[in-house]
Design a protein around this ligand. Sequence first.
Ligand SMILES: CC(C)(COP(=O)(O)OP(=O)(O)OC[C@H]1O[C@@H](n2cnc3c(N)ncnc32)[C@H](O)[C@@H]1OP(=O)(O)O)[C@@H](O)C(=O)NCCC(=O)NCCS
Length: 165
Amino acid sequence: MIGNDIVDLAQSRLESNWQRKGFLEKLFTAEEQGFVKDYSEPEIMVWLLWSMKEAAYKIYNRQTKIREFCPKKLCCSLDFLNSNMASGKVICAENIYYTKSRISSENIHTVAVKDFEQKENIIEVQNKEIVKDQNGIPYLKTTDVLQDISISHHGRFEKWVIIQK
Ligand SMILES: CC(C)(COP(=O)(O)OP(=O)(O)OC[C@H]1O[C@@H](n2cnc3c(N)ncnc32)[C@H](O)[C@@H]1OP(=O)(O)O)[C@@H](O)C(=O)NCCC(=O)NCCS
């Protein structure tokens, strides 16, 4: 299973003031708030953690069909981080999702998978035929089967990702 999320940093600056009172406390656990405070570019850390949570949530929701706004139930940890990329985990209830993020001055794009080995098999696709189930969850229509696909758009950017078979 796969999830992804893209954050257009120009758009997020227009839409959200992450420095406003209560913003961080509402979305992030105490440990995550520490990641933001201690990182040299706190704004990047805010949207990195956000995109990890949203990407993981898309798998969680596909698995469980539970719809909820549950930012603090999606707990992020980072295994690797530099100015261009990050990898880590999001734990939600008994589930672990593995994430990989690309960071640029324009956007942050995170993909999440349920099986660690699938992390290296993610590809981007475009202009494919999509069908959605009754919950709005998208599938890629190939000749005879439906395959999981994750779609994300924000501001100027859109990403469609699948796990390559
Ligand atoms: C459903 C949700 C994940 C959509 O995310 P978004 O950032 O608003 O929008 P995105 O563009 O990234 O994703 C939208 C796409 O996801 C897909 N999608 C919609 N519902 C979905 C779901 N439940 N599971 C997986 N994919 C879903 C759709 O394909 C949709 O695109 P389309 O309408 O063009 O087909 C989000 O609104 C939500 O409910 N999040 C709650 C989880 C949470 O607690 N987040 C806290 C973050 S700090």
